[in-house]
Design a protein around this ligand. Sequence first.
Ligand code: ADP
Length: 323
Amino acid sequence: MLALALLVVPAGWPQTGIVAALLGVVVGQGMVNHRRTDELIDGQHQLLEATQRLHGQQLVIEQQNASLASQVEARTVELRDANMHLAAANLELLELDRFRSAMLSNASHELRTPLTGILGSAQNLRDGVAGPLAAQQREYVQMIEHDSGRLIRVVNELLDAARVESGRVQLQREPIALHRLIDDVFGLLQPAAAQRGVALQRRGDEPVVHADADKIRRVLINLLDNAIKFCRPQGLVRVSVTNVGEALSVAVEDQGPGIDAADLPHLFERFYRGRSADGTPGSGLGLAIARNLARLHGGDIALDGGSGRGSRFVLSLPRIAAA
Ligand code: ADP
């Protein structure tokens, strides 16, 4: 517009004014352009710097990645090595365990035969097979009888434990009338109960259970033997049977000292004897064997109830074997 104005305004100062204005506009525009160019160059510099920074960071990340990958690889190799060592140690332990079971079983067999001989001879002596005995002789023979009987029981328990743990026990399941089995065991333990004046009582349901009669008898003997042993003299040992749907529970209660809280976590461990065992004979194997046998049937044994009011052990069993 200013350039066109030059054509129409008269020469002289008006034209000079317009030229000056024109120059002013051109110079102003030039300065603005210059500033924009500076800004653009500045921006480009910043972009370049940022790109270089990013590139630097990318290099660092790549290095870290490479070092992480090599660390992971090293750890994987270490883990693989550790795993192999563990597997070897495990194998060794299994071997040792097999060896221990075999040792235990052999030693127990070797012990049982002479012990049975000693017990038999003592019984013969007591029965007067070798002539009448004087009172003191009779007393000694009774001690031999008592102690060898006790040793045979311990050896039998050791054999049972070794057999159950080795996994060699096969269940011979058959339908059992549980109440009859309990009455059988009552008959077996009656002399021990009578000696302490302890009464035995059974109550509750009379179910048929699909189980191995010998093994369940063993479980009941262990539980009832303890109940009689720990019950207060002249006390009551009660067995209650309850049907619970597809399962049943057999509770064995006594009127003894109960189980000390400190013994609870260890009660079913092999060779563990609790505070209540003080002075009573036993091997600490009974409950461990009983629980293993119950579990072989798909059942279990648990202690129910606190200490001080006697003990209550509950055997639970599925009535029909799981397919
Ligand atoms: P043992 O009777 O030969 O010592 P068990 O394995 O049968 O071994 O029992 C482990 C421990 O549990 C016993 O030493 C005893 O302290 C405790 N115990 C088991 N049954 C009873 C019970 N009915 N009353 C009190 N304590 C018991």
